[in-house]
Ligand binder design. Structure first.
Ligand SMILES: Cc1ncc(COP(=O)(O)O)c(C=O)c1O
Length: 399
């Protein structure tokens, strides 16, 4: 693209796209696997992948094929009728997890909103109207009003008041904090197993096991928000498998659609208490979304993508450890599978991401002291080497 045309497009974007965040002056035009190309044909190594969404990389051929075929066949007959891709994907998900039923929708926030409603319905029906949900400090569950109220982000405390009532925040990885917040009104505990947006904080195994015990003892539902950790991201299809602890309700998004808008609320039979009309959505269980989801799911399983995640986790961590020996500003490597982060001693993460972008590497800074990596789950050693080489050259400037 010529510079003039580019400038005109940026001007149009600034004029007509509603401001919700700062965006760099880059327009992406094409994606393939681990790479994105901008309108000047610069190639970027993408370690963000649509925010941990494109689990098979950009424009995965199986997804493109599923989209093409399903788009020609049936796009949306209405959520009031069954369709084959939705039946098949639901069947795959319940057969591969500890869950019994699935409700499909489009985003992580909507799936979590459904989980909150289901837990409250359960509380109303089976626990004398219990409605409170305990969530974690710094947790992130989405951007609808209820999921923002559920999220334990300090910055969001006073935004869009009045908040949706009924959420209590407990320090993460602190079982006493959970105990202190339990009362007869508690219907559920809702957690991420790895807090992604908070900076890749991994839940302790003992903490998760203790929570399950508390839930069982007090007739409280356990909700795992696996929007970011699900679909192979941690090296397990679902992160709860790593913990060997089953939730009562689980939400999936991001990887389930491989970049296409799709999410799922899953629950055990004993919990499924919605009555007709309690939950729905015009774009629930569209054949188009579910056909894509099915293609992603089959690829994850057939190509043993979880195996690759576990291998690449070792490889990537090993390389990051070598960088950490070289650069004192790095003080921690944390995460599971291919949801990894570097902890920094100084608040230079945003600066580092900008410098990486100048060298055509896309990484994320969820906070000023953390760099986060959420690459395609089928990433190769060579691509990881490329990432490390760029990081090395950027960190060298911060010695
Ligand atoms: C754990 C978790 N839950 C929920 C969400 C919200 O998902 P969405 O942006 O698809 O609404 C996110 C998004 O980053 C997330 O990481």
């Amino acid at each position: 693209m010529e510079q003039k045309e580019f400038n005109e497009n940026i001007a149009k974007a600034k004029k007509s796209i509603m401001y919700v965040t700062d965006r760099p002056e880059i327009i992406f035009e094409k994606g393939e696997g681990s790479y994105l190309w901008d309108t000047f044909n610069n190639r970027y190594l993408d370690m963000i992948q649509g925010w941990a969404v494109c689990c098979l990389g950009h424009c995965a051929p199986v997804m493109v094929q599923a989209l093409e075929e399903q788009a020609k066949t049936l796009i949306n007959p209405s959520p009031s009728y069954y369709n084959l891709p939705a039946i098949q994907l639901a069947d795959e998900l319940v057969n591969s997890s500890c869950m019994d039923k699935v409700f499909f929708i489009n985003s992580g926030a909507e799936a979590n909103e459904g989980a909150i409603k289901l837990a409250r319905k359960y509380g109303a029906k089976y626990k004398n109207g219990a409605y409170e949900i305990i969530t974690a400090v710094n947790g992130f569950h989405g951007r609808t009003l209820a999921t923002m109220s559920a999220s334990g982000k300090e910055k969001w405390k006073d935004i869009y008041s009045p908040k949706v009532d009924g959420f209590k925040w407990a320090e993460y990885n602190d079982i006493e904090a959970i105990k202190q917040n339990i009362n007869e009104n508690t219907c559920a505990i809702m957690l991420e197993l790895v807090q992604g947006e908070a900076g890749v904080i991994v839940a302790d195994k003992e903490y998760v096991a203790e929570i399950r015990k508390l839930c069982d003892e007090n007739n409280i539902l356990l909700i795992f928000d696996e929007v970011q950790t699900g679909m192979g991201r941690t090296g397990y299809m679902f992160a709860y498998e790593y913990y060997n602890i089953e939730p009562d309700i689980m939400t999936l998004a991001k990887g389930i659609g491989g970049g296409f808008p799709l999410s799922a609320l899953l629950a055990k039979d004993a919990v499924c208490c919605f009555e007709a009309g309690d939950q729905g959505g015009t774009y629930s269980m569209t054949p188009l979304g579910c056909a894509v989801g099915l293609s992603v799911f089959k690829e994850l399983k057939n190509k043993d993508i979880c195996g690759n995640v576990q291998k690449m986790n070792e490889y990537f961590k090993g390389k990051l450890a070598m960088l950490m020996e070289k650069y004192a500003v790095m003080n921690e490597i944390r995460g599971l599978g291919l949801l990894l982060a570097i902890g920094l001693k100084e608040e230079i993460a945003v600066e580092i991401t900008k410098e990486c972008m100048d060298k055509f590497l896309l990484i994320n800074a969820p906070n000023p002291k953390t760099l986060r990596f959420m690459p395609a789950l089928n990433i190769s050693e060579k691509e990881i080497d490329e990432c490390i080489a760029i990081l090395d050259s950027v960190f060298a400037k911060h010695l």
